[in-house]
Design a protein around this ligand. Structure first.
Ligand SMILES: Cc1ncc(C[n+]2csc(CCOP(=O)(O)OP(=O)(O)O)c2C)c(N)n1
Ligand SMILES: [Mg+2]
Length: 659
């Protein structure tokens, strides 16, 4: 339809791709190998022959049109539309394209590898669309640059959805390009039609920042540059473009097509009046507390948070969505620091309500109980770019919290002005009191560290291995490297952030965002790819449940030489769910039924035990396990680190305590 208007008539080939495919469906693509001439003849005769409707489910012939080896096509006369798409894509800084291959984007696929030389972006073969999107998610957090991924029509995009949702909740950009064949009158019946939708972006619209359906190549150029720009303007987020089959494959005349130049948009900064008011409150507070979640988008962001904290000698609670604040800094404090605050500034918090209120899940009558954590009259300040998001279906905005001074702005971009305003607002008679706060903080910080160290020593020699030992033995082997903890799936009682000295912005990359389990494995591989190119050593804590959602990403890591040390927290179960069912059974005065496993029925991953080391080995990893005796852990880690340093991924299957 619209395509016919936008593509110049003279540019159309004598034998269109549609004519050919329609003919293939009618005459049978699976018939004996036909010469190109013969194919061309039958194709052009199909354009006058009435179309024969197919019945559902697809006949073998129809299915073969997609699944069997295609007959040779007549040669194209002109430039492929998808070559122009490659030119557009190459103007943006997109290094990789993790994707699972599919016919709905075969035109672009072919152009990228043959015309584009498989560079910028390079196709990384993925075994699941969710793995591809998860890799893009992790890559961005390590490299600071978005990737694109191609998804096959309805089915591919549906596979990618959960990883896109995690990226949405984690405010991470990625460009999702979905193949689709919109023109119902011309698209091949059968399989390709199952894979097409009237409005395919609807599948992901609720958790993408923006989407578009280009109907001409010029439209594609605008959409793609706009998609990149929207995705990388705070609040960052995934965007989607549907890629019409016809646009990719039909030849075009290039003269009139242009590629819009990409210019980055400055992030939104807090209103000057609000910045001044926030500074006044903070400077005059007796006990100001800074809470950060995704405040630091870059290395500089972390520096700015430190400057603000030091100017105020204020406690900092780092919720860990990003590496916001050094774990070794004396102003770092536990979440309970908000309890005595008179002023709290929350920056890019995913849950402000949950920061200042507590919710006890197993309260009276088995339902939640809410209590305020803060003193009455505590002033609340917020800087959050997510205030600019207006999607309503998914509940990632969390409960509503009334805030006294709120800025719909990017925290990192607002911090320089805020720091200046705070310094200006501190009167000379406040300076001594502020200094004193710093001294008390140093003492409290040293005490908290000592308490954490003592807690980590508990059950040090236990078998299976304690989570503290798992984490600290790992650190002992990587501490002299330029390391990056790319993900920690499952729950190891937060030991890395409690005990590892994290001081660089890539020492910790944050969690999944949407708590969709299955993020850890692909995001680690994606982040390790980013770190590989930057010369950093990647390590992940990999839980068992998380890995089994889509373990095929292990193969992608080996295939594309992505070094990563995956240390497994294999507690042989979905322990989070063990605790939920257990607790509810207790509440209902029942004994949880275990079947023959360790946890309540449905929550164990044992009998048989999964041999993750063999799984990884079968896909090209260096791997060892199962390690049950903690004394074996250090030596095994040493070997694994050496393997990773030689350029390959390595996995240690370690049996661990539940938490
Ligand atoms: C996609 C998805 N499915 C199910 C859940 C529910 N869930 C939350 S935690 C969890 C257990 C994950 O197991 P594992 O990764 O081994 O971590 P563990 O709790 O054992 O440390 C599950 C199934 C979820 N959050 N996301
Ligand atoms: Mg587990």
């Amino acid at each position: 339809m619209a395509r016919d208007r936008s593509t110049p008539k003279q540019a159309r080939p004598k034998v269109s791709r549609r004519g050919f495919l329609a003919a293939a469906a009618v005459t049978g693509a699976a018939t004996a190998v036909a010469s190109p001439q013969a194919t061309a003849t039958s194709a052009s005769s199909a354009s006058v022959r009435p179309r024969v409707p197919s019945a559902l489910p697809p006949t073998m012939r129809v299915a073969a049109a997609e699944t069997a080896a295609p007959n040779e096509l007549p040669r194209i006369g002109g430039v492929a539309g998808s070559d122009f798409m490659v030119d557009v894509i190459k103007t943006l800084d997109i290094k990789y394209m993790p994707s699972n291959p599919a016919s709905s984007f075969r035109g672009l696929h072919e152009s990228l590898i043959d015309y584009g030389g498989n560079k910028m972006p390079e196709f990384l073969t993925c075994t699941h669309e969710e793995s591809a999107a998860g890799m893009a998610h992790g890559y961005f957090k390590a490299a600071g640059k978005p990737l694109m991924t191609l998804c096959h029509g309805t089915v591919g995009l549906q596979h990618a959805t959960m990883a896109i949702y995690n990226a949405w909740c984690d405010r991470v950009p990625m460009i999702v390009v979905g193949g689709n064949d919109l023109d119902a009158a011309h698209r091949p019946p059968g399989v390709p039609t199952f894979h097409s939708a009237q409005d395919i972006n609807a599948i992901v619209r609720d958790y993408t920042k923006w989407d578009d359906t280009p109907v001409s190549l010029q439209h594609f150029a605008q959409s793609f540059v706009r998609a990149y720009k929207i995705a990388t303007t705070p609040p960052y987020g995934p965007v989607a473009i549907s890629l019409d089959a016809g646009l990719q494959q039909e030849p075009v005349t290039r003269e009139k097509l242009y590629i819009p130049r990409y210019v980055p948009t400055s992030p939104p900064q807090g209103d000057t009046g609000a910045v001044k008011e926030a500074a006044r409150l903070l400077a005059n507070a007796q006990n100001p507390v800074i809470v950060v979640d995704r405040a630091a988008r870059t290395e500089n962001g972390m520096r700015l948070v430190v400057q603000l904290a030091e100017a105020l000698q204020a406690a900092v609670v780092d919720q860990g969505g990003r590496m916001n604040f050094p774990t070794t800094h004396y102003l770092r404090r536990a979440p309970t620091a908000v309890n005595n605050a008179d002023v709290i500034i929350g920056m890019e918090l995913s849950d402000y309500w949950g920061t200042v209120n507590s919710y006890t899940d197993n309260g009276e009558h088995g339902i939640g109980v809410n209590t305020s954590k803060i003193k009455p009259g505590t002033k609340l300040i917020s800087i959050s770019s997510v205030d600019l998001n207006t999607k309503s279906n998914y509940q990632d905005l969390q409960r509503f919290q009334t805030i006294d001074v709120q800025m719909a702005a990017d925290a990192e971009a607002t911090l320089p002005a805020l720091i200046e305003a705070v310094k200006a607002a501190i009167s000379s008679d406040r300076k001594a009191a502020i200094e004193k706060r710093g001294e008390a903080a140093r003492k409290a910080s040293a005490e908290a560290r000592e308490r954490a160290r003592q807690a980590a020593a508990l059950a040090w020699d236990a078998s299976p291995v304690s989570t503290a030992r798992l984490v600290m033995e790992t650190f002992a082997q990587i501490k002299d490297l330029d390391w990056s903890l790319v993900a920690s799936s499952g729950n190891v009682s937060n030991w890395p952030r409690r005990l590892w000295p994290m001081e660089k912005h890539y020492h910790w990359l944050g969690a999944s965002g949407g708590y969709g389990v299955g993020y850890g494995a692909p995001a680690s591989v994606g982040a390790a790819l980013g770190n590989r190119d930057l010369g950093r050593f990647s390590v992940s804590i990999q839980s068992d449940g998380d890995l089994m959602y889509a373990p095929g990403v292990l193969w992608t890591a080996a295939r594309h030489n992505i070094p990563l040390l995956a240390v497994m927290h294999n507690n042989r179960g979905y322990h989070q769910e063990v605790m939920h069912v257990q607790r509810l059974s207790n509440f209902r005065n029942r004994v949880a039924s275990l079947g023959k496993d360790m946890g309540p029925i449905g929550t164990s991953i044992q009998n048989p035990d999964i041999e993750y080391h063999k799984l990884a080995e079968s896909m090209g990893w260096w791997a060892k396990g199962p390690i049950k005796d903690p004394a074996d852990l250090g030596p095994a880690l040493k070997l694994a680190v050496a393997a990773v340093k030689s350029g390959q991924p390595a996995l240690l299957n370690v049996w661990t305590q539940p938490r």
